[in-house]
Design a protein around this ligand. Sequence first.
Ligand SMILES: C[S@@+](CC[C@H](N)C(=O)[O-])C[C@H]1O[C@@H](n2cnc3c(N)ncnc32)[C@H](O)[C@@H]1O
Length: 223
Amino acid sequence: MSTLSERSPSGPASPLRPLDAEAVRAAYARWAKVYDAAFGLVSAPARRRAVFAINALPDGRVLEVGVGTGLSLPLYRRGLRVTGIDLSPEMLARARAKVAREGLEHVEALLEMDAEAMAFADHSFDSAVAMFVASVVPNPRRMLAEMRRVVRRGGTLLFVNHFVADRGFRLAVERAAAPFSRALGWHPDFALDSLLTPAERGEAEITPCPPGGLFSLVRLRNA
Ligand SMILES: C[S@@+](CC[C@H](N)C(=O)[O-])C[C@H]1O[C@@H](n2cnc3c(N)ncnc32)[C@H](O)[C@@H]1O
């Protein structure tokens, strides 16, 4: 499969290395302390939309992939049982502190685990959601395949992410930021077709989210 940089609309294949697990851990060890202050506000409306979509589902087990500092965890309704996984021990430590501080009993587990190689049995969850993670993992389609494997048939898969613009000023900014992916900890020029095949794209429900459509909510049925 092509790397992100090859699939990006920013032109020919870039010589930059895609993010790997080591780069992700290093980036989020740095981000952990300031993540909520730096990204909490701008990402809140899109995060809320994803969690509200999950909250509208019947009671069941939810997997949150790349749970980070756990900004979403207080938003889930209490009939759901939530498991979060993340690659970064520093981000998970913040999420665990939040769960303890706020008494979030609906959170069943927070585990250090790779989204591309999960330790869960097949069909363990009713839904899975990955917020602002697809543009971080080395191989987003492998993450999606793992999410499909661990969610029951007919279950719900959700993604919230920033996807590269197809034209205009935003595209210029995203192209200019692309060389800094490793330091940033995500790919500013991440394209939707790095995550979804054309067939999946045809089936997905894609909704622009605030601020100003900067993020999108992508919903798939685990057929
Ligand atoms: C931009 S943060 C998003 C955090 C959270 N989902 C939110 O909405 O704020 C990306 C998170 O994905 C995690 N991550 C990146 N690659 C991962 C992987 N392969 N497996 C699990 N978590 C991963 C990072 O450690 C980081 O916590």
